[in-house]
Write a protein that binds this ligand. Structure first.
Ligand SMILES: *[C@@H]1O[C@H](CO)[C@@H](O)[C@H](O)[C@H]1NC(C)=O
Ligand SMILES: *[C@@H]1O[C@H](CO)[C@@H](O)[C@H](O)[C@H]1NC(C)=O
Length: 730
């Protein structure tokens, strides 16, 4: 090359680098068939991995496993409450480092669907909204309300600006090819009437004006205005069509399983049915689907929504909570992805022609003008296999399945024919011992005046705690005359407490008297039990416990928590004594929380006592701590909490989540893949603890001297807590 030409090329590359995609025309658009990336139609296979539900140290492995499983796209929500813990103060550190997560995906050569929301539902605390948002004057969530719209626009802009500054959009050469605004708003909009429609229209315009250079989607939003693409979420989406013929058919949530709630069973979705659902979607002309979840992960700390969503968010996903591959789910889907990719050019250049092969059997054939055709042979009969004739050849289709023929001749894949071997989870003991437990009891008698306040009547819990803690004490005193008949052998009086949820522990004169729990469906609870009172002044102390704020439901931000009454004593000589409007003293949180007893640099004046006392009496409201060394090997780790009651656990100051030994109430009748799926059709673990094991990320550990702290509400035996290794065996 002549030096002049070399110079021109150097200049070209300099400019190309500088302008990036503008010069070589990076763009994402769409047409009726699919998302179009840099001028090319694509069938895109996506999976949800939520960055705060694992650790940065796990991200690369999860993403590489997703890529190896045949995925093109990683989908994640953006979690407002973790990024803006107080107005204007942002946090993008550690497991909240969104940019690092997206760069991990980019490095793997994959795309991103960024679901900004900022409402995300997601079985996440308060649906992803920061709790302070509820206390912005005049606010009303997700409707035509100025304070809400201002806040939503502020956060959405913040995220889009951050993404642009990091060149994260595909239009800038980055990995993001799609973004979502709002989330499953359609049915809410109907309930909110005109205000709902105005808000949805505003949200669409607000998003489009941010000018990201990539399309926006709205899921479950039939009236999403152009250019926004409305998309489907569900167990199946083959009945779905977008609201305009020039939009592609997108399935933003193909539910790979279901979430778990304390007291419920574990739900499984057989991979044969999931693969069948995906094949049904593709044979109808769908071109983008996303597994919700591909890796579910863990609700660390107090991040689970609810109430009563478990700490595990495993979701029966292809990659399990701990980051291990779940077979046969992962492998069978990988085979499906391979054959879909094999058919990709054909699927993108022809419309399916449907012919009947029997009363419950059909063929979907994609025949481009030139080149080979591809066929999907479907048997919707849940009970019987079918023999069908196609192109003068006989095929046997297992019940409830689709065979895929990339050349219209040979069956390369059948959704019900699983060739991958099943793996079983094994939880095996580790070499890490925990001895010398120490205890610290929440002292109910000594009350620090500075951390309490008194008010007349009963206060709403979240308004008082602002969700800085799960715990709020309501304390009052009751005078009992010495002539009360129960004092001389009559029936004991009963205490009635009505609470809006979620759990309640009752203490009378410093002694534990009993507990009551709501459920996810019935948050409200009633405590009505006989209590021991004596003549003179008695102290009634109610510990109200929140178990994750609601994440779904019309105006869930107005739902109340805590003891709102009535509170009353029954069976005194005067009859009923109402305590709802007496003076109550409030203490936000536990003393141990205020002293940071779970932290490695906690106050040194905390009086821990040696553990020999522990086995004597399993006391409620007790903190336990011990030290342990990191187990050998690289298997993921879990705490076996089978001997404990209910509370929260911390490792080296970080919360691994709420624990609760509740037993799964369900109908575990066995599970068959065929027939329209619903979570109730495949329940596991009835009669066993809903969640026994709690994920301990390896990266939170040091080689030696790790600090484990438990807070136990009810009573448990920490000496039986152990660290176990998780592995998959064939
Ligand atoms: C919250 O607390 C404040 C101050 O104590 C009170 O004025 C307000 O009415 C409370 N709001 C609710 C919804 O309980
Ligand atoms: C209740 O508390 C208020 C202050 O909050 C106080 O003025 C009042 O005397 C108290 N009432 C009783 C019966 O103790």
């Amino acid at each position: 090359m002549e030096s002049d030409t070399v110079f021109k090329w150097v200049l070209f590359f300099l400019i190309a680098n500088h302008l990036g995609c503008q010069l070589i025309s990076c763009s994402v658009t769409y047409d009726s068939k699919s998302i179009v990336i840099n001028g090319e139609r694509r069938i895109l296979i996506s999976g949800s991995i939520h960055y705060p539900r694992s650790t940065p140290e796990m991200w690369e492995d999860l993403v590489m496993k997703a890529k190896d499983g045949g995925l093109d796209v990683i989908d994640t929500y953006v979690f407002w409450n973790v990024h803006e813990p107080s107005p204007g103060n942002f946090n993008f550190e550690g497991k909240y480092d969104l940019v690092r997560f997206l760069k991990t995906v980019q490095k793997a050569g994959m795309y991103v669907h960024l679901r900004i929301g900022p409402y995300v539902c997601a079985e996440w605390n308060f649906g992803g909204f920061p709790v302070w948002l509820k206390y912005v004057p005049g606010i009303s969530f997700r409707t035509d309300n100025e304070p809400f719209k201002r806040a939503m626009k502020g956060f959405t802009e913040k995220i889009v600006t951050l993404m642009k500054s990091e060149k994260m959009f595909e239009s800038q050469g980055g990995p993001i090819i799609l973004s979502q605004v709002e989330n499953e708003y359609g049915s809410v909009e109907k309930a909110y009437g005109g205000a709902g429609h105005n808000y949805m229209t505003w949200a669409s315009n607000m998003a489009v004006e941010l000018d990201t250079g990539v399309p926006w989607v709205m899921c479950k939003q039939d009236d999403a205005p152009d250019p926004i693409i409305n998309t489907c979420n569900g167990f199946y989406c083959d009945e779905f069509s977008p609201n305009k013929p020039y939009k592609p058919t997108i399935w933003t949530e193909a539910w790979s399983g279901w979430f778990t709630e304390f007291g419920g069973p574990v739900y499984e979705r057989p991979v044969q049915d999931l693969a069948f659902g995906v094949a049904r979607f593709i044979q109808k002309g769908g071109s983008f689907f996303n597994y919700y979840m591909y890796h579910g992960g863990t609700n660390f700390g107090r991040s689970s929504g609810g109430p009563f969503i478990t700490t595990s968010y495993d979701y029966d996903a292809p990659i399990d909570e701990y980051g291990l591959i779940r077979q046969p789910k992962y492998g069978h889907l990988k085979e499906l992805h391979k054959v879909i990719k094999q058919c990709e050019p054909i699927l993108l250049s022809a419309e399916p022609v449907i012919t009947s092969l029997g009363s419950l059997q059909q063929a979907h054939v994609f025949s481009p003008k030139s080149g080979p055709c591809a066929a999907f042979l479907a048997n919707y009969d849940p009970n019987n296999a079918a023999k069908v004739m196609f192109n003068n050849k006989q095929y046997t289709l297992p019940s409830w399945s689709i065979s895929i023929l990339p050349d219209c001749d040979n069956v390369v894949f059948n959704t019900a024919d699983v060739g991958v071997q099943l793996t079983q989870v094994e939880m095996s003991p580790s070499d890490s011992n925990m001895f010398s437990w120490e205890i610290f009891t929440e002292d109910l008698t000594v009350s620090d005046e500075s951390s309490t306040f008194t008010a007349t009547g009963l206060l709403e819990q979240i308004n008082v705690t602002r969700d800085t803690t799960d715990y709020l004490w309501y304390t009052t005193s009751v005078d009992i005359g010495s002539s009360e008949s129960f004092l001389s052998g009559g029936d004991l009086p009963k205490l009635l407490v009505q609470s809006m949820g979620h759990a309640l522990h009752v203490y009378i004169n410093g002694e534990y008297s009993g507990s009551s729990f709501g459920t996810r469906k019935h948050r409200k609870l009633t405590y009505k039990e006989k209590i021991n009172l004596h003549a003179g002044s008695n102290k009634i102390a109610l510990l109200s416990v929140a178990m994750g704020l609601p994440n779904i439901g019309g105006h869930y931000e107005t739902w109340e928590t805590g003891v709102l009454g009535p509170v009353a004593l029954y069976g005194l000589d005067q009859g009923k004594r109402d305590l709802s409007w007496v003076n109550w003293t409030y203490q936000v949180g536990l003393k141990g929380e205020a002293m940071n007893v779970f932290s490695s640099n906690a106050d040194t004046y905390i009086k821990w006592t040696e553990g020999s006392l522990i086995t004597q009496k399993q006391q409620p409201l007790t903190w336990y701590k011990t030290n342990f060394n990191e187990p050998d090997g690289d298997e993921p780790l879990a705490l076996d909490m089978n001997s404990m009651g209910k509370g929260e656990a911390w490792i080296n100051g970080q919360s691994i989540g709420r624990y609760w030994l509740t037993y799964a109430n369900g109908d575990c009748q066995g599970c068959h893949y065929a027939g329209t799926y619903h979570p109730l059709t495949c329940q596991l673990g009835c009669g066993q603890p809903t969640q026994r094991w709690y994920h301990v990320p390896r990266s939170w550990l040091k080689p030696t001297d790790n600090l484990l702290v438990l807070f136990e509400e009810l009573g448990g035996d920490p000496t039986k807590v152990s660290l176990v290794k998780r592995s998959m065996v064939q």
